[in-house]
Design a protein around this ligand. Structure first.
Ligand code: GRF
Length: 212
């Protein structure tokens, strides 16, 4: 059975969705860069091994990334899922895990990379917002896209109401993407994502909920 690890920094609701999805693989660890990440207790209570690689304990970003990579390799991970992991990873780390390193971002990339995506969506007036699961490349929030989910931006939305609508979709599409990779129906080839053996490619790639 394939093994995957989940990297978190905080509450870990995407981690919960991934673990609850009973993916075809073993979660060999939930790793946090913060000892106080709320998600750690949830994972431990379900018998998932947890561990902390505290970025504050390292003199440089390179040292931290090297320790993190060693911990991931020690867990035998075929797939590394970033789920609210709030550290920018160095190029050597990203190259080391190329094709098996995946992130979820709360916008329809390439719109709104970086932080504060919901505020930016409201500020610019887009009518459609959403989330993206993508393979990680050295450039931040730029990697090849695996799945996206779209939600409407409604009159009267605040960053919080919009974030909640997007988050519900994150919890749907991240397990879908992870399942595709673990079942080898989805892979990175020549810098593009290839889905195979998928009878519903449109549904796998884009989820548009009905108007609310
Ligand atoms: C999510 O919105 C995710 O897309 C972003 O950070 C947030 C993490 O939330 N990268 P959680 O820790 O998974 O609840």
């Amino acid at each position: 059975m394939k093994k995957y690890v989940i990297l978190i920094s905080g509450r870990g609701s995407n981690m919960q969705a991934l673990i609850d999805a009973r993916l075809p693989g073993v979660c060999s660890a939930v790793i946090s860069n913060r000892p106080d990440a709320e998600g750690l207790a949830w994972a431990a209570a379900r018998g998932v091994p947890t561990c902390v690689v505290d970025h504050k304990a390292f003199a440089s970003r390179d040292d931290f990334d090297a320790a993190l990579a060693a911990e991931i390799e020690r867990r035998g991970a075929d797939l590394v899922l970033l789920a609210g992991f709030m550290r920018v990873l160095t190029e050597p780390f990203v190259r080391c895990f190329e094709g098996r390193l995946v992130n979820i971002h709360p916008s329809l990339l390439p719109a709104f990379p970086g932080l504060h995506t919901h505020e930016a969506a409201l500020q610019t007036g887009v009518r459609v917002h959403g989330c993206t699961v993508h393979f990680v490349t050295p450039a931040l929030d730029c990697g090849p896209i695996i799945v996206q989910a779209a939600v409407p931006v409604l009159a009267g939305d605040t960053a919080d109401t919009l974030a909640a609508r997007v988050l519900a979709q994150e919890h749907m599409v991240y397990p879908r993407a992870a399942r595709g990779i673990l079942e080898e129906r989805c892979r990175l080839e020549g810098g593009r994502v290839i889905w195979t053996h998928d009878t519903t490619p449109a549904a796998a790639a884009l989820r548009v909920p009905a108007d609310e």
